[in-house]
Design a protein around this ligand. Sequence first.
Ligand SMILES: Nc1ncnc2c1ncn2[C@@H]1O[C@H](COP(=O)(O)OP(=O)(O)OP(=O)(O)O)[C@@H](O)[C@H]1O
Ligand SMILES: [Mg+2]
Length: 261
Amino acid sequence: MSMDELRSEPDEIRPCRAGAKPLGSTVAMEVAPVVSLQKAQKVYARGAAKVVGLDGLDFTVHPGEFVSVMGPSGCGKSTLLNVLGTLDRLDGGEYFFEGQPIAALDDAALSALRSKRIGFVFQQFHLLQRYSALENVELPMVYARIAKTERRVRAESAMALVGLTDRMHHLPTELSGGQQQRVAIARSLVNDPALLLADEPTGALDSQTSVDILRLFKELNARGVTIFMVTHDAEVAKNARRLIRMKDAHIVSDERLERAA
Ligand SMILES: Nc1ncnc2c1ncn2[C@@H]1O[C@H](COP(=O)(O)OP(=O)(O)OP(=O)(O)O)[C@@H](O)[C@H]1O
Ligand SMILES: [Mg+2]
């Protein structure tokens, strides 16, 4: 889906999108999952001791889902997100991204996949301070070798999508925290990723700004963006449509959430 389609797609055709179907419906089952983990295991060596980061996780995320992962500090949320984002490899089990076994890819192939198919949003916005908001949003397209004129068009479109057209030429230091996170979200979307990964995206924001950012996530999800969000905050997690709870490197529950429209 292009950025223009994201912006201009009329409401009435949205339910036709495969991702808009409820999980478990016949149509959703026919669509290849974005993410599939099977017996996923991650172990960190700490001196002689071993710390288990992920202990045999199994789950699938389909296109169009909005999943949040909750759990106490140290339970493995960021570990999971890093694995899904291909920033870290599993020590056991299997990870399929859009049906492709990740273990078979070398580092160069992984980094190409990451830059084209996965968007990242973090608690700290990680914007380059010497570049304007628009230039920050263009950056993933530089890595993806997209031509300059197209980069500019797509970056402007992404800035409009997050409601920041009037701040495009500002430096990050001239933007509020919420605006900086919007820039980071625009940056995460410019390559039209199959998956948007967010690790505590509202962790550095005040409560009203957090509400605004979560509203933006819900709007993006309603337009078909698949979102996987990690948080320790129940208020944040309940904005998703599915909630996975973790404890001690395990999944302890995985439930569908009812959400007010
Ligand atoms: N690079 C690493 N080396 C060693 N141990 C690690 C490493 N990264 C994470 N761990 C350990 O793995 C476990 C899971 O860590 P993780 O960062 O995934 O937790 P988390 O759920 O994201 O916590 P928080 O809510 O505090 O961010 C913890 O015990 C942590 O100390
Ligand atoms: Mg974490």
